[in-house]
Design a protein around this ligand. Structure first.
Ligand code: AKG
Length: 276
């Protein structure tokens, strides 16, 4: 499994991340990563963690399966957090000298799943302030453009924070912050925004900013699974922020106080690298 990206990140990719808030990086992870993570994902689905959520109501086709913190339970996911190209990608795109690993989020849409991923930004779900919050969305199966996550280009620079909502019912989470405003109706506003989305092969990854507004359709394919391993990484300007109400994922036991850098055993520093 490659520890560093299979090729250098280009200046154009860094500019796309900075200006657009999302960029598709082709061919950075070798086949061994994809196979090892896919094994862990299937094992997790058979024996999920305490934060598992199934967003498909009983009787509906397919399954929209979500779980968190696989890296605390499964070996390839742990290796991905601590020793994968993810850290170098996060450092290159955020420009941060240090990177801490925050958490992982598994999103599987089995063939025929109708449930969508509602439009949202990631960072309002988190007790984290700062600009260097980056997600890496790594598909473990080929993804067609019709099934792809879509990103509102440049939305990370709108200066807006949208109210977090449960994926399943699309109702508001109890977390409150005076900055939060209702999520725009992106289906109505589709024509008003430039939406970015890519067909992808395993080994490609989308990097996106914590405030980039994004959403995804169901998986209309009847043949192909859509397993995505999404990981969150934090640069040096991020700080633990107290929020009122419910955050997601509800990671407890870190012992941090508001204003502290998010680095501890639960959020380990993974960049710069230690010895191999
Ligand atoms: O995979 C999806 O459907 C959505 C992904 C997402 O929302 C995320 O990674 O933050």
């Amino acid at each position: 499994m490659n520890r560093e990206p299979l090729r250098p990140i280009t200046q154009d990719e860094i500019a796309r991340y900075r200006d657009d808030g999302a960029v598709c990086l082709r061919g950075l992870f070798d086949r061994d990563w994809i196979e090892a993570l896919a094994r862990d994902v299937d094992a997790d689905m058979a024996a999920p963690g305490p934060m598992v959520r199934v967003n498909t109501p009983a009787g509906n086709p397919g399954m929209f399966f979500v779980d968190f913190q696989l890296w605390r339970r499964w070996p390839a996911c742990r290796e991905f957090a601590l020793n994968s190209p993810g850290a170098a990608i996060a450092a290159a795109l955020t420009g941060s000298a240090t990177i801490a690993y925050y958490h992982d989020h598994l999103l599987v849409k089995e063939p025929g799943t109708r449930e969508t991923t509602p439009w949202h930004q990631d960072q309002p779900y988190y007790p984290v302030d700062g600009d260097q919050v980056i997600s890496l969305w790594l598909p473990l199966d080929p993804v067609a453009r019709e099934t792809a996550v879509e990103y509102a280009k440049g939305s990370h620079r709108w200066g807006r924070w949208f109210q977090p909502r449960f994926f399943r019912q699309a109702v508001d989470l109890a977390v409150a912050d005076p900055r939060f405003e209702p999520v725009p109706d992106m289906e109505k506003e589709r024509g008003c925004h430039e939406l970015l989305g890519w067909s992808m092969e395993p080994g490609d990854v989308i990097a996106f900013h914590g405030l980039t507004l994004h959403g995804a359709p169901g998986n209309a394919s009847l043949a192909r699974r859509r397993r995505a391993y999404s990981t969150r990484w934090l640069g040096a300007d991020t700080r633990y922020a107290k929020r009122t109400g419910q955050i997601s994922p509800p990671i407890e036991g870190h012992g941090l106080s508001p204003g502290e850098r998010m680095e501890c055993e639960l959020f380990p520093r993974v960049w710069p690298r230690g010895p191999a």
